[in-house]
Design a protein around this ligand. Sequence first.
Ligand code: UT7
Length: 327
Amino acid sequence: MRAAITAVGGYVPEKVISNKDLEKLVDTSDEWILSRTGIKERRVMPDGTATSDICVEAVNQILEKRGISAKEIDLIIVATVTPDHVFPATANIVSDKVGATNAWSFDISAACSGFLYALETGAKFIECGKHKKVLVCGADKMSAIINYEDRNTCVIFGDGGGAVLLEPSTDEDGIIDSILKTDGSGREFLHQKAGGSLHPPTHETIDAREHYVHQEGKTVFKFAVTNMAEVSREIMDNNDLTGDDVDYLCAHQANLRIIDATARRMELDDEKVLINIERYGNTTAGTIPLLFWDFEKKFKKGDNVVLAAFGGGFTWGSVYLKWAYNS
Ligand code: UT7
């Protein structure tokens, strides 16, 4: 039995921060950001809101679209690196806020690959017959961990995310294959130094700004370009797919140059490469569900869709699915 995505939802906050706005905060320029990353603007959540609020918006859209009650949901998985609290899991908060009283729920922490990890995990509960309705969310309030005085990171990240409903496929459509990888030796190049059990919060860690995202961009870029392109090609080869066979690439939106390199390796025409990085920046676990949300109307039942991601950890991977519905 295959697990199929049967509905999608998404959410970005209203407040926009443009490249011009960032020019007032750090030594950068609209031209630099656009040419190096492809980003024009990103969204930021208001104070007093959290990652669970992104998920709740997306989940409620899904429940309405599918005409189902939250009580029918068996499992909720949230992929995020910006949980509402260190514990309990954000997924627990989401299940309470939407009224999913019959679901169990947990979080997955795999940075920018989080949505793929969560999708794979959720799919297994459908494939083995244990569950009928699994919600998989990918969302991040990156503004909570971004230093708006650090031009290396503040120009890239934004807030937002989305969710998908997984149900048993009634035919051949659904999730067909996946390749997921981890290399923990890359952890120092993209991480949050303090706040965990190794370096609990102290005045010193706060003064040293160790609760913000630390990224060595150039190194991460090199690993991202190579690994996202390789893993996407690998999943195509494993499934005898050529560039012509693939209808759409939904790649993690970290940098337009990384997406382009992946698309070239997959031998895809430009119109098959879905892109919204210019509007939202890098929303970490949120990028792939936000692509589904923005481009849902493009997908036709039976379309071959390849998902790809690379992120902190390092984590990376690719998923091959056949889209399961016309909207
Ligand atoms: O999402 C999961 C994983 N993350 C990624 O995939 C991100 C991967 N990395 C990247 O996308 C890119 O490395 C960045 C967008 C972060 C940076 O682009 P880059 O082309 O690798 O720039 P760089 O770090 O090599 O810096 C080039 C120059 C430097 O100046 P010098 O030393 O050549 O004089 C930087 O100081 O650009 C400078 N620079 C900036 N200038 C204006 C760095 N950030 C900025 C900035 N505005 N915001």
